[in-house]
Design a protein around this ligand. Structure first.
Ligand code: PDD
Length: 286
C-alpha cells in the first residue's frame, strides 16, 4: 500500500510527491529535519522536537513556515492517514526553490519547502536489539562545527554507519580530540560506579530531545549524572554504555571497538532507563 506523504500543504500518494531539482535541500543540503517517534498512534515528546526545529531554522535564518499547533495538526493527520501505530514521522524543511543554483541565499520571501512522511515500525518499543545491545566502533569525527543544528548534511554519518556495518558492528561513535562526541545518529553515554556520564551540550553535538528527557528522568530516579567528555578507553573500562535517540529510545551498547563493556551483557542502568523513558513518554504522548 502506498504511503501518503505531505508536501507543501498537500497530502499525496508517495509516487506523486515531487520537489524541484533546484530545491536548496537537494543542491546544497540547505535544510533541517526532525524525527519524532510514534507509540500507540501518538507522538512522543512532540514539544521538544518542535522547539528544536524552531531553533535549527532560526540558526540558519530559514523562516519557520508553521506554528507549533499547525505542525502538530500536520503530524497527527499524517499518522492517521497512514494508520501508524508505532513508528516515526520524518519532517524536513529546506530553504526552498530559488529557481536556479546559486551559493547566495535566495530572497527571504522564497517559501521554504516542507516535506513529512511516516515510517511504520510495529513493536518498535520492544526491539529485540535492546535485549542484545549494540556493538559500536569508533571513527574520527570530521563533521562541520555546527552539529547542534539538525541539518540534512548526513553523508558523513551515513559513511560512519557503513564503516560500522563493514566491521560487523551496529553503529559508530565519533571521536574528536581523543573524546567521544556522539553516535552517528544518537547521543552516547557510559556508566561507571552507578554514575551516568555523557558529553555536555555545545556546538559539538546535537542537543538530543531523548537525551534531555533521559537525563531528567535519571535525576528524578536519584541516579547521578555527570556531563563531561569521555574517551573510548574509558568506555571500554566502563560498567555499561548506551545511546539515546528518538528512533532507538535508550539502546544498550555492549561492545566498543571489539572490547566488551563491563560484562559484555546489557546492564541494569540502561535497562531501567529504557523502561522509565518509554513508560513516561507513552503517558505524555500527544
Ligand atoms: N537522529 N545526535 C545525532 C547526530 C542525531 O542525528 C540524533 C538523532 C541524536 C539524538 O537526538 P534525538 O534524541 O532528538 O533523536 C543525536 C535521528 C533520530 C535521525 O537522524 O534519524
Amino acid at each position: 500500500m502506498s504511503r501518503t506523504v505531505y508536501v507543501n500543504g498537500d497530502y499525496l500518494p508517495e509516487q506523486e510527491a515531487k520537489i524541484s531539482v533546484f530545491d536548496r535541500g537537494f543542491l546544497m543540503a540547505d535544510g533541517v529535519y526532525e524525527v519524532t517517534s510514534v507509540l500507540g498512534g501518538r507522538l512522543i515528546d512532540f514539544a521538544g522536537h518542535c522547539a528544536r526545529l524552531a531553533r535549527s531554522l532560526g540558526e540558519l535564518e530559514i523562516r519557520n513556515p508553521h506554528s507549533n499547533d499547525e505542525w502538530l495538526a500536520i503530524h497527527r493527520e499524517l499518522v492517521a492517514r497512514n494508520g501508524v501505530e508505532d513508528g516515526l514521522v520524518y519532517l524536513q524543511v529546506t530553504r526552498g526553490n530559488p529557481g536556479d543554483r546559486d551559493f547566495a541565499f535566495p530572497p527571504t520571501d522564497t517559501p521554504p519547502t516542507v516535506v513529512l512522511f511516516t515510517q511504520s515500525k510495529p513493536g518498535m518499543a520492544e526491539a529485540p536489539a535492546a535485549k542484545a545491545g549494540w556493538k559500536v566502533i569508533s571513527v574520527p569525527d570530521i563533521r562541520w562545527g555546527r552539529r547542534d543544528i539538525k541539518t540534512v548534511q548526513l553523508l558523513y554519518p551515513s559513511m560512519a554507519k557503513m564503516a560500522a556495518k563493514a566491521a560487523g558492528a551496529d553503529d559508530a561513535w565519533l571521536v574528536e580530540d581523543g573524546c567521544v562526541t556522539e553516535g552517528s545518529s544518537n547521543n552516547a553515554y557510559i556508566v561507571k560506579g552507578g554514575r551516568i556520564i555523557t558529553r555536555a551540550l555545545s556546538n559539538d553535538i546535537l542537543h538530543g530531545i531523548t537525551r534531555a528527557a533521559v537525563l531528567r528522568l535519571a535525576a528524578e530516579a536519584q541516579m547521578e549524572v555527570e556531563e563531561r567528555n569521555f574517551t573510548i578507553a574509558e568506555a571500554q573500562g566502563a560498567d555499561e554504555a548506551f545511546i539515546t535517540s528518538a528512533s532507538a529510545f535508550v539502546m544498550p551498547v555492549v561492545e566498543v571497538d571489539g572490547a566488551p563493556v563491563g560484562s559484555g551483557q546489557v546492564g541494569p542502568v540502561a535497562t531501567r532507563l529504557r523502561e522509565i523513558y518509554i513508560d513516561e513518554m507513552r503517558k505524555k504522548a500527544v
